[in-house]
Write a protein that binds this ligand. Structure first.
Ligand SMILES: Cc1cc2nc3c(=O)[nH]c(=O)nc-3n(C[C@H](O)[C@H](O)[C@H](O)COP(=O)(O)OP(=O)(O)OC[C@H]3O[C@@H](n4cnc5c(N)ncnc54)[C@H](O)[C@@H]3O)c2cc1C
Length: 384
């Protein structure tokens, strides 16, 4: 088995890196924007637009929808560098909604929705979680009634993070109450700009990021907003979740290098415990990277990574926690001082990340749910 990049892949990696180095000023502003907690802002859109022009937002897609028909390892290379330079680690339109539209959508939907995602012009917000449906997503109760020429939507969603700046809501709603609760759910694309009756209210995380509550009050959706077959949405949601759990380690590698540099400069690397902890992080990040390559390889083989994507999501989220905890211990009490204070270390970065990274253990499926998936689907263990 050859773990190295081919000559073409290496050349491509250099090309993408050169792009981000050349656009460093915009990338740094995009990172500030993303880290401010408000999501994608003008500088992020600028970077995405430039990437879109090169076909780098959806490189694996067919050329007629704005892709380059490249393999997933190329997508991994791009996402790792985007993560490294801007902290943006995932795009819902390009990474989750788009692949499902590509697989399940009608030709009209593909032509309407895919090229603008690939150009880096629009984002989608996940509309799954409700007050009574989180890990147990099949319990969702937002109602979508078939009224002949349209669907009528009523109900509310919770923790829908990107909805305040996204063009589309990728919405799961109940079209029927059937024998099994996961049956009778359908998936819709809602144009947030053109659809009246939707109210969005902010919720702030402990890390200062914005997520939202969303209320649908007698919202009419045209019939062609339905994705795939009616009542089959839960299967598509699971499919999309498997794509969503594909994570990169670009930010982790960058942060580890930074902490290693700090430990050396501050004389902390003389402590054998510090060296042990940093070495352990290096092992975990490398393992996550190899798992990411395996997931990319599976996608290239036409397989949907399922428990493998769960392993990767969990490993990246928990390594992020370990990295932040290690950084806090190396920094000592001053690590807890906020950005802006003269006592803050590394500009208060880890005081903030200590709070901010908590959500990575919850969003995109909690670590407990990931372990359940690995136990059941990976090891064949019983559900109950
Ligand atoms: C910051 C943030 C952003 C989010 N963004 C989005 C978004 O954009 N769109 C969206 O739809 N959702 C989003 N979510 C929702 C997220 O996916 C859910 O919070 C998550 O799936 C957990 O659901 P819950 O909060 O209802 O907790 P619960 O499901 O009630 O879980 C509570 C605890 O019980 C554990 N648990 C639950 N079931 C089991 C089980 N079977 N076995 C073992 N342990 C279990 C969980 O691991 C957790 O620790 C976001 C959440 C947060 C915090």
């Amino acid at each position: 088995m050859d773990f190295s990049f081919s000559v073409e892949e290496e050349r491509f990696q250099e090309e993408v890196r050169d792009f981000f180095v050349k656009e460093r000023e915009t990338a740094e502003k995009a990172k500030e924007e993303w880290d401010s907690g408000m999501g994608l802002g003008p500088q992020c859109w600028k970077i995405l637009g430039m990437m879109g022009k090169r076909g780098w937002v959806c490189p694996t897609w067919p050329k007629r929808y704005g892709g380059l028909e490249l393999s997933y390892i190329y997508k991994y290379i791009i996402m790792e560098l985007l993560h490294h330079f801007t902290d943006v680690y995932t795009l819902v339109g390009a990474g989750m909604a788009g692949p499902v539209i590509l697989k399940r959508g009608t030709e009209e939907q593909k032509e309407k929705y895919l090229p603008e995602i690939a150009r880096g012009e629009v984002e989608y917000a996940l509309g799954y979680t409700e007050p009574e449906a989180g890990s147990d997503l099949a319990s969702l109760s937002m109602k979508a009634e078939d009224k002949g020429d349209h669907f009528l939507i009523n109900g509310s969603k919770l923790f829908n993070t990107r909805v305040h700046y996204s063009r589309y809501h990728w919405l799961g709603a109940r079209t029927a109450v059937l024998d099994k609760k996961f049956k009778g759910i359908s998936l819709f694309i809602v144009d947030l700009k053109e659809t009246p009756g939707i109210t969005i209210r902010p919720i702030w995380t402990v890390g200062g990021r914005r997520t939202n509550e969303v209320f649908y009050d007698n919202v009419k959706l045209p019939k062609d907003c339905l994705v795939g077959e009616v009542h089959k949405g839960f299967y598509y949601i699971l499919e999309a979740l498997d794509y969503e759990r594909i994570s990169t380690v670009g930010g982790l590698q960058r942060d580890l290098q930074e902490i290693v540099g700090y430990a050396k400069d501050a004389g902390k690397s003389k402590d054998p415990l510090v060296r042990q902890r940093l070495a352990q992080l290096a092992i975990e990040i490398e393992s996550a990277k190899l798992l990411a390559f395996r997931v990319a390889w599976m996608l290239d083989q036409g397989k949907i990574p399922n428990y493998e994507a769960g392993m990767l999501k969990m490993l990246v989220a928990e390594t992020e926690q370990a990295l932040v905890n290690t950084a806090m211990q190396i920094l000592g009490p001053h690590g807890q001082v906020k950005k802006g204070s003269k006592w803050a270390q590394m500009d208060g970065k880890y005081e903030w990340l200590y709070r901010d990274t908590l959500e990575t253990l919850i969003t995109r499926g909690t670590s407990e749910i990931m372990r359940n998936i690995i136990a059941q689907r990976g090891l064949g263990l019983p559900r109950d």
